[in-house]
Write a protein that binds this ligand. Structure first.
Ligand code: KE4
Length: 428
């Protein structure tokens, strides 16, 4: 494969865009920093500016669960566009989408559309603080909830005391109310509640962690979070930006049978267009303007094109018989082939159509075991797969996302490429 046009465009884009990309992970820093520029995508494939084609497992980081440029979603967007691109006024489709979200996730009695997962999470936390009158929140190390200041945080030296910013430009004052617990570690949560009794507004959690690679919740972890937040007068926020409509039509809350107080959505709910949603119990969401004192707004929120794409995607997901079972089966096939091929050298975590291949001999069950992975080994595997026409996430700590468009041909080619990697390795 040759990448001349990608290299040329990367040079040019770095002159006008920080790092040449509009989101850092796209720069391929952790796998060697020479990103591929894409030109188009269709079904399970993406096509780069040098004419190379790839079986895609990034799936735009999750939204394209139905495959790229699904004809019904494209049609819905085209049709909506002919009626105008944005009004800044209420439309019928926003109500339809809110109703559909409620039908899929009955915990979301009221929901508000925004333009990204970051905005959804930022707003949900503000609503939780406004409803409880408390300032502190608990998040988990290794979970990512977008780039709002208060969530760019890491545990301080005294993990039970202060957190520190995990980004330049974030003043300590923006993170002093954010406490950091360990994913899948009930005790770390209990300690924080004991040390901050009556002050914690909410716990926010990825019900399946997918930003340290895929780390499913251990049995009982989510019910524990539900219980302790109830007992402590705090709210439970499920950040379902990735898991929403991915693990099933009802997301992780249906999959695990744990009902949060607030939920954030993104990615799939927009069908590929810029959409975030936050919502939950009526009494909480009634604190949000114009009903209540919690302010949140957005010029393009509920935009007619985004709602058309989101509705088309959810209608397809709700009406396609067996779509989630098929997604699960395809992902399982790849996961089993990789485990069989690599043996003890990797840990493959999979849930539904989300998976990660960790280059570590440890069982990856939390942040520490996830970060024990050999990122150089992942990078070597990434480039082999890319040159073999398989487009994985350019980072060990992201998920692989399958789509309904991936067929047996794509699955077999992916498994073959992984097997070939081990063969070439053994020849070195
Ligand atoms: P956005 O603001 O990127 O739409 O959503 C933020 C967000 C919130 N919550 C969860 C669980 C998320 O995974 C994300 C964003 N996910 C990353 C991929 N791991 C987006 C990719 C990127 O940053 O370019």
């Amino acid at each position: 494969m040759q990448f001349q046009n990608s290299e040329r465009l990367f040079e040019l884009s770095q002159k006008r865009i920080p790092g040449g990309v509009n989101s850092p992970v796209r720069a391929y820093l952790s796998v060697g920093n020479r990103p591929v520029f894409l030109k188009s995508a269709k079904g399970p494939h993406v096509f780069d500016v040098d004419g190379n084609s790839y079986i895609d497992y990034v799936s735009s980081w999750g939204p394209c669960i139905l495959g790229h440029a699904h004809p019904k979603i494209v049609e819905a967007v085209k049709k909506a566009s002919e009626d105008g691109l944005s009004f800044g006024a209420p439309t019928e489709r926003e109500w339809e989408l809110a109703e559909m979200i409620f039908a899929c996730m009955p915990s979301m009695e009221l929901s508000r559309m925004v333009n990204s997962g970051t905005e959804a999470v930022m707003s949900a936390i503000r609503a939780a603080r406004g409803f409880t009158g408390r300032d502190k929140i608990i998040k988990f190390r290794g979970c990512y909830h977008g780039h709002s200041d208060g969530l760019l945080v890491k545990a301080g030296s005294g993990a039970l005391t202060q957190s520190v910013p995990d980004s330049g430009g974030v003043p300590y004052d923006c993170v002093k109310h954010t406490l950091v617990a360990e994913y899948n570690d009930n005790n770390s949560v209990e300690q924080l509640f004991t040390a901050n009794r009556g002050e914690i507004a909410a716990v926010i959690v990825e019900p399946v962690a997918a930003n340290m690679g895929v780390v499913p919740p251990k049995s009982g972890f989510l019910p524990f979070l539900r219980e302790i937040t109830k007992n402590e007068g705090a709210l439970l926020i499920f950040d379902e930006v990735i898991t929403g409509f991915r693990l099933g039509i009802g997301g992780a809350q249906q999959y695990f049978g744990v009902v949060p107080d607030l939920t954030t959505l993104g990615k799939i709910v927009g069908g590929g267009m810029p959409v975030g949603v936050y919502g939950g119990r009526k009494e909480i969401m009634e604190t949000v303007a114009p009903l209540g004192p919690v302010y949140q707004a957005g010029t393009l929120s509920g935009n007619p094109i985004a709602t058309a794409a989101g509705l088309a995607a959810l209608r397809l997901l709700r009406s396609t018989e067996g779509i989630y079972e098929a997604l699960e089966q395809k992902t399982k096939t790849i996961a089993e082939a990789v485990s069989e091929t690599f043996g003890e050298r990797v840990c493959v975590n999979r849930i539904g159509s989300l998976m990660s291949i960790f280059f570590t001999e440890q069982n990856v069950v939390d942040f520490n075991s996830a970060t024990s992975s050999d990122t150089d080994a992942y990078a070597a595997f990434f480039w082999h797969m890319l040159e073999s026409g398989v487009y994985l996430a350019p980072s060990q700590f992201e998920a692989m996302f399958l789509s309904a468009a991936h067929g047996s041909v794509e699955i077999e080619r992916t498994c073959e490429a992984a097997r070939a990697y081990v063969k070439t390795e053994s020849l070195k």
